[in-house]
Design a binder for this molecule. Structure first.
Ligand code: PMP
Length: 423
């Protein structure tokens, strides 16, 4: 038995499923999770001492690569000055200012501790601000594990085929309206019926939790228009896309101005940080400035704030276009290898994110088309790549991410591994 297997058995005695977040258990790819000893740059090392090229990057945050020396130094220095104060510190202003400068639609921002908290809080604020109840989300869209969002969600909920989840009262999700991603007609139909009670649309501007699915031209514009028309708020969940598809997020890339934005992952530089922000008049409704309550003992944590600010500082000077070109080149090579093998694939890609869908369906544009991907083939692919030292997400419903630390050599090793795959 490998050390990871031994640790996994031990973990299952004390932790449900042996993991602190479901997809990590690698159930859907029929594998035992690797227990990780350390990570540096583009590489992650298991407790057995095996080194892998990492395309998971902690599910997105580590865009600078693992253990970036500057971020590490800043975090260690901050930790030496105390892990948490429960009182304001200057580091909170630094990160808030950096976020507001990077995203002009974010005039004010509140720090929380995860993407889940960011979306839950943004929804409460949207409801409080509009005095309305309903939220429209997209099937296969994932916005963390808050009750109202666990209707037809993506990520682990999709991977594990849990239709919603026990523990969420039916009357809580009764206020959640569902539409297919990229389908404006369904959105319009909801507004025609419930327009005066829809507080907000929440959307991943580029969907990343049913695999990567890009917005069709006009889709995000349509959401902006219809929310304006009916006096509802548009919330962009940029937990994945923020500081990833562009330094200014998907909103910059697509030129759309949401009312509220949710952030997570990259803004903490690997530490637990989420944030929600947006128009000043809306954000001023948040307590103690306004009447919509939201709080957190560890929110604005000084170590996380320092790591996040350092990360954004480095990213403000980073070559996003170069990283995108490298990703495009990798994806083009992947397509030609699969074509040579006569393995039908669609590979969706934007900036440094991509997903390989093993499918005959010509275009992957929403959850039903994403669901046509062959999960048995993905399982074989995952096992082969792991064997060859390439660490992919343990589910076909997830994204692969490149970091600024991935080298040409990493990419060549990856392509060599794909060439030798029997699928
Ligand atoms: N929104 C999106 C778009 C996400 O991808 C995720 C997590 N993958 C979340 C929200 C929830 O973030 P967290 O896991 O930090 O709670």
């Amino acid at each position: 038995m490998s050390l990871s297997e031994t640790l996994f058995q031990e973990a299952q005695k004390y932790i449900p499923g042996g993991v602190n977040s479901p997809v990590r258990a690698c159930k859907s790819v029929d594998a035992t999770p690797l227990f990780i000893k350390k990570a540096e740059g583009s590489r992650i090392t298991s407790v057995e001492g095996a080194s892998y090229i990492d395309y998971v990057l902690s599910w997105g945050p580590m865009i600078l690569g693992h253990a970036h020396p500057d971020v590490t130094e800043v975090a260690v220095a901050a930790a030496k000055k105390g892990a948490s104060y429960g009182a304001p510190c200057e580091a909170e202003i630094d990160l808030a200012r950096a976020v507001c400068h990077a995203l002009p639609t974010v005039e004010m921002v509140r720090m929380v501790n995860s993407g889940t908290e960011a979306t839950m809080s943004a929804l409460r604020l949207a409801r409080g601000y509009t005095g309305r109840n309903k939220v429209l989300k997209f099937i296969g869209g994932y916005h963390g594990h808050g009750d109202p969002f666990l209707a037809s969600a993506g990520s682990g909920v999709a991977t594990l085929a849990i239709p919603g989840t026990p523990g969420v009262p039916a009357d809580v999700v009764a206020h959640t309206l569902l539409a297919q991603y990229n389908d404006l007609e369904q959105v319009k139909a909801h507004f025609e019926r419930h327009g005066d009670d829809i507080a907000c649309i929440i959307v991943e501007p580029v969907a990343g939790n049913m695999g990567l699915v890009l917005p069709k031209p006009g889709f995000l514009e349509g959401l902006r228009e219809i929310t304006r028309q009916y006096g509802a708020l548009l919330i962009f969940d940029e937990v994945i896309t923020g500081f990833r598809v562009d330094f200014g997020g998907a909103q910059k890339r697509f030129g759309i101005q949401p009312d509220l934005t949710c952030l997570g992952k990259i803004i903490g530089g690997g530490f637990p940080v989420g944030a929600y922000g947006g128009r000043r008049d809306i954000m001023q409704r948040v307590a103690p400035c306004g009447d919509v309550y939201q709080a957190g003992t560890l929110s604005g944590n000084p170590v996380a704030m320092a790591a996040g600010t350092c990360t954004l500082e480095l990213l403000s000077r980073a070559d996003y276009a170069g990283l995108e070109q490298r990703t495009q080149a990798l994806v083009a090579e992947l397509k030609s290898i699969f074509a040579e093998k006569s393995v039908p694939v669609v590979i969706n890609q934007i900036a440094s994110i991509f997903t390989i869908f093993f499918t005959q369906t010509p275009e992957i544009v929403d959850f039903p088309t994403a669901s046509t991907a062959d999960s048995a083939r993905y399982t074989r692919f995952y096992a082969h790549m792991r064997e060859k030292g390439v660490y992919l997400a343990p589910s076909g419903y997830e994204c692969a991410f490149l970091s600024f630390a991935h080298s040409d050599r990493d990419i060549n090793i990856t392509l060599e591994a794909v060439r030798s795959a029997q699928l």
